[in-house]
Design a binder for this molecule. Structure first.
Ligand code: SF4
Ligand code: SF4
Length: 346
């Protein structure tokens, strides 16, 4: 990302905007993965569930998505679901429009359907394919998007493998290495990422990692990243897995990402997991990546996180002020915190 784009993001934060947008573009998915947070009863806060929302199709979906993007002006858009490839015709229109706007885009899919080779022309697009462990475990959980099918549907694409490590996987020494070796050998795989399973508060079950398993995974990822160049998880990011943010208010990812569900109205809070995620056991790679950026020392003890939280406070104060001044009473460019300073000086 260029300096000008970072400054643009910062100006947006100062204006009370979030630089990242995540949209569940459909409630439909041909899979029924156990542990899927999108279809969990708590995902939308408990009053309604993803499958009960009305979603959109065709040009209406395309226009509504682009209207949200033009209003929010994010730097990064994550397109999730359900499975976004259910709406592949609409994606054929949405992706070029996002590319034209210079927006970094990520499509997260099970790759149950072919990922077009032509999508490689989008320089700012990441296609992240979710894989749940080695073939026996994955095929059991994710049929019909089995290993065999994914190898065919992605053969002409350029993909990022994203896998969520559960307690079951972490308990098996050598498992991660076998996984990384297999996917590193596939020519269509550009890079490999891992998250750790993030439970809801109070949840129990074998998918949740123990503290010992979490420590083992951190050690193993450090070892593997040195052996497999496609495992693109920087050292700082891996270190963050050992001490996740204490709460959503401490999570830069949650605070910088606006997450919208399939009716394009319902907000998902506090982060993409919805419900009440247990931040103390979070293993979301995006959260860890931004935590690593937040802990970066800018000058002396001053970190990028200190600057962000200060900026965010200013941005929120700015947004509140905009509600005080009705549009009839004062005309301002709501995207710029500096205009009101100009107005005051006048
Ligand atoms: S593919 Fe994704 S959205 Fe669909 S059931 Fe599986 S985890 Fe949930
Ligand atoms: S991404 Fe993780 S740390 Fe951030 S709010 Fe969600 S669960 Fe908490």
């Amino acid at each position: 990302m260029k300096t000008s784009e970072i400054l643009h993001a910062w100006a947006g934060i100062l204006a009370g905007r979030k630089p990242s947008l995540s949209i569940e573009i459909t409630k439909e998915c041909p899979l029924r993965c156990p542990g899927c947070y999108a279809f969990d009863a708590a995902h939308l806060g408990g009053e309604t569930e993803l499958r009960q929302l009305s979603d959109f199709k065709g040009d209406e979906l395309v226009q509504k998505i682009l209207a949200i993007v033009d209003r929010e002006r994010p730097l990064h858009v994550s397109i999730v679901g359900g499975d976004p490839l259910v709406r592949y015709r609409e994606l054929e229109k949405i992706l070029p429009a996002l590319e034209e706007r210079g927006i970094f885009t990520q499509v997260v899919t099970s790759a149950f359907r072919v990922i077009p080779a032509e999508w490689q022309r989008f320089k700012r697009l990441t296609v992240a394919v979710s894989i749940d462990g080695l073939q026996p475990e994955h095929d059991e959980r994710r049929k019909p998007a089995t290993y065999e099918r994914i190898l065919k549907t992605t053969a002409d694409a350029k993909i990022t493998i994203h896998s969520t490590i559960t307690g079951n996987i972490a308990a098996r020494p050598g498992y991660l290495e076998e996984f990384v070796r297999f996917w590193s050998e596939q020519p269509q795989v550009h890079r490999i990422w891992f998250s750790l399973f993030t439970p809801q508060i109070g949840a129990t079950g074998p998918e949740i990692l123990t503290q010992e398993q979490r420590a083992y995974v951190v050690e193993d990822l450090h070892r593997l990243r040195a052996l497999f160049p496609k495992l693109q998880m920087p050292e700082r990011l891996v270190d963050e897995i050992a001490h996740p943010p204490a709460s959503p208010k401490d999570c830069i990812f949650a605070r910088t990402t606006h997450t919208i569900s399939a009716d394009l109205k319902t907000k998902i809070t506090p982060c993409q997991f919805g419900g009440e995620p247990d931040c103390s056991q979070c293993g979301c790679m995006a959260s860890m990546a931004l935590a690593a950026v937040g802990h970066y020392r800018v000058v002396g003890p001053l970190t990028a996180g200190h600057l962000y939280f200060a900026s965010d406070k200013i941005g929120n104060a700015w947004r509140e002020m905009m509600h005080v001044f009705s549009p009839e009473r004062v005309e301002v460019d709501s995207t710029s915190p500096f205009n009101i300073i100009g107005n005051s000086a006048n």
